[in-house]
Design a protein around this ligand. Structure first.
Ligand SMILES: *Cc1c(COP(=O)(O)O)cnc(C)c1O
Length: 384
């Protein structure tokens, strides 16, 4: 009982007792709609990769990148890790999203930490939607800015907070597509509030980039929104199928991040082969509309086929379709029952989502067949 870590053992047992202990499965194939996990084949609805992670053209581009640049970058961007591949990708990303300048980060988590802590600090305030991704909340805490959270999508509450604030700088931070709910932030409404209250908007488009808007340009394009007040962040490990993240916006914002964002300055640049592969991924995203068309068709199939009795699908129009179950243990047991039928759908529990809203997070992908989605709806109907 009195090992040096016995208090941790107690906490871990508590997680187990509350249905909150998480485990990892062993994936043996590329990410996709059909996967082998722990030796068994499944149809998976778990991935944020909407089709590209195992794409042969990207695998080839990664090989080409490795041959040209080697495997590791070997230094941070500001020392000697910033290759032509990184630079060309930054230029392509800025052009793609229609913003003046872009900057690569290693991950979305690091980008959010870096952006918020470089741009605001003591005496400033961050205004955050309650259902934002954890990285945005962590970022505000690390920046030591005042953190004000508003009820999900409640712009009236946000406006009251903005009006009452005496902060020197006001930064609104929000998921563009909410990662566990699949619904969208009202970007035009948020930009109006920014104008009225002299605030900036950090828009985290992890789930919109590559999927929403003309040619997959993301949530700003979806709303045809454009403002110098936007600091746009998107990840490159989801729809783009590779790894990494970027920030885009006004040149002075981006330059400040180069100078001051600690997760940019004090870390090794990502392998240039990834940047090389991402340039190809961007081409595929832009050229191949069929993936997005298919995704929207599959969303329609799921929502058309699933008949709610005990459980309801959240109000999402995107590839993320939450089926809210409520209790942690019940969500886990439904997820296990689906796995028994060869269907992998993750159970998402607190603290990732609010208490009492444990859910199955169904992620659709252009790699699914209509028949896969129909089968999921059928099996769910027998379980509820
Ligand atoms: C996935 C995600 C992130 C983190 O991105 P990574 O590149 O995986 O670190 C940040 N914000 C949101 C909304 C996400 O869904």
């Amino acid at each position: 009982m009195d090992t040096p870590f016995s208090t941790l053992a107690g906490e871990l047992a508590g997680l187990e007792a509350n249905g909150l202990r998480r485990t990892r499965r062993l994936l043996e194939t590329p990410q996709g709609a059909r996967v082998t996990v722990d030796g068994r084949e499944y149809v998976a609805f778990c991935s944020n990769d909407y089709r590209l992670a195992g794409h042969p053209e990207l695998i080839e581009a990664a090989r080409e990148g490795a041959a040209r640049y080697g495997v590791g970058a070997g230094a941070s961007h500001l020392v000697l890790g910033h290759t032509k591949a990184h630079h060309a990708l930054e230029e392509a990303l800025a052009a793609f999203v229609g913003l003046p300048r872009a900057l690569l980060f290693s991950t979305g988590y690091m980008a959010n930490i870096g952006i918020v802590s470089a741009l605001v600090g003591r005496g400033d305030a961050v205004f955050a939607d309650r259902l934002n991704h954890a990285s945005l909340n962590d970022a505000a805490l690390l920046a030591r800015a005042q953190l004000k959270r508003y009820a999900h999508l409640d712009l009236a509450a946000l406006e009251r907070q903005l009006a009452a604030s005496r902060a020197r700088r006001k930064l609104i931070v929000t998921d563009a597509v909410f990662s566990m709910d699949g619904d969208l932030a009202d970007v035009p409404g948020l930009l109006q509030l920014c104008e009225r209250h002299d605030a900036w908007l950090l828009l985290d488009d992890a789930h919109g980039f590559g999927v929403l808007g003309r040619a997959g340009r993301g949530t700003l394009a979806h709303f045809e929104a454009d403002s110098p007040r936007v600091i746009y962040m998107a990840t490159l490990g989801k729809a783009a199928g590779v790894f990494g993240a970027f920030v885009a916006g006004e040149p002075d914002v981006v330059e400040m991040l180069v100078q001051r964002a600690r997760p940019y300055v004090y870390t090794t640049a990502t392998p240039p082969l990834l940047a090389h592969a991402l340039a190809r991924s961007l081409d595929l995203i832009e050229r191949e509309e069929w993936r997005r068309e298919r995704l929207w068709a599959l969303v329609g199939v799921l929502r058309g086929r699933f008949e709610p009795r005990r459980w309801r699908l959240g109000a999402s129009t995107t590839a993320i379709q939450p089926l809210v179950i409520g209790g942690n243990e019940e969500a886990v047991s439904v997820s296990s029952a689906l796995a028994g039928e060869g269907l992998l759908v993750p159970a998402i529990r607190p603290p990732t989502v609010p208490r009492g809203t444990a859910r199955l997070r169904i992620s659709l992908s252009a790699a699914h067949e209509v028949a896969d989605v129909e089968r999921l709806a059928r099996v769910l109907a027998t379980l509820q």
